[in-house]
Write a protein of this length. Sequence first.
Length: 187
Amino acid sequence: MQDHHNAPAAVVALAGRRVDAEDAETQRFPSTQVPLVRERLAELLAAEGAEALVCSAACGADLLALEVAERLGLRRRIVLPFALGRFRETSVVDRPGDWGPVFDRLVAAAEAAGDLVVLEAGDGSAAYAAANEAILREARALATGAPRRLVAVVAWEGSAREGSDATEGFRQLATQAGFEPRFVPTL
């Protein structure tokens, strides 16, 4: 971890793996790693001097980071690619773990704070790509005014999937946008 005590506070944009399905052939984020990934995210957000977190709210890296940010008292802006109900069904409660109530609580808090952004970005990989772009755009917007560092956190096992991979897409977009890259291993 780098020492950022004299650096400006950071606005963190994050994307990462969802917890693996029970029948996953390739392990990317086994549910047994949840406590360790939560700890790694907490250490990183503290070390970066994070002031705000912008991410989506899928089961796994997103919800863990949002829980940690809540505990640290950070501003949390949630970006969803499409309507809440559909996102909850397709990206939250379809994997092992009790993610539904966590999602409901965090989304309600973001909505109450005016920090819930729901896109109408269609379906599939295009919707997630639009959400990635919006996460980076929202992070940049939160960083304007006072000097803030823009940090992009990718929580993953470290290698892109064949075909469409939203996490890899986020990593590439964030790099192109000049965010400082950080990685949190999920294995």
